[in-house]
Design a protein. Structure first.
Length: 128
């Protein structure tokens, strides 16, 4: 599973644009940024979902590129309706974690919050 880190919304937007122009499918994972000391996200749901998502993607869709898109620290995300990922027309992320499946720049599916930690839902999502 190829990984691409998009540390800023501008980099994620550029990746989204390249998918619209090119061919193929990709996954975008939006999550709470990691603490530099602990390596853990401030988002408990993200920490729970991360191993489930990564193991399932490696097993079921290893050909897909996973774009990792941290939303920032908690204070940048919580109660900020103007956050770029909330407003971007291709992402419209309201809750994290969010996993988007895109084909040629078009959304084909989305898993959000607790659903990202349920192996059976992740498997069904990836097998669609």
């Amino acid at each position: 599973m190829p990984l691409v880190r998009c540390p800023t919304p501008a980099e994620a937007s550029s990746a989204l644009s390249s998918l619209r122009i090119g061919r193929g499918s990709a996954l975008f994972l939006f999550f709470g940024s990691e603490d530099p000391v602990s390596g853990q996200s401030w988002c408990a749901d993200c920490n729970t979902a991360d191993p489930v998502l990564r193991a399932s993607i490696r097993r079921l869709r290893p050909e897909l590129t996973l774009y990792e898109c941290p939303v920032g620290v908690r204070s940048e995300w919580k109660n900020h309706p103007e956050h770029p990922y909330r407003l971007h027309p291709s992402t419209r992320v309201g809750r994290i974690p969010t996993l988007l499946l895109l084909e040629h720049g078009i959304e084909r599916g989305r898993l959000v919050e607790g659903d990202c930690a349920k192996p059976e839902l992740v498997q069904a999502f990836l097998n669609q």
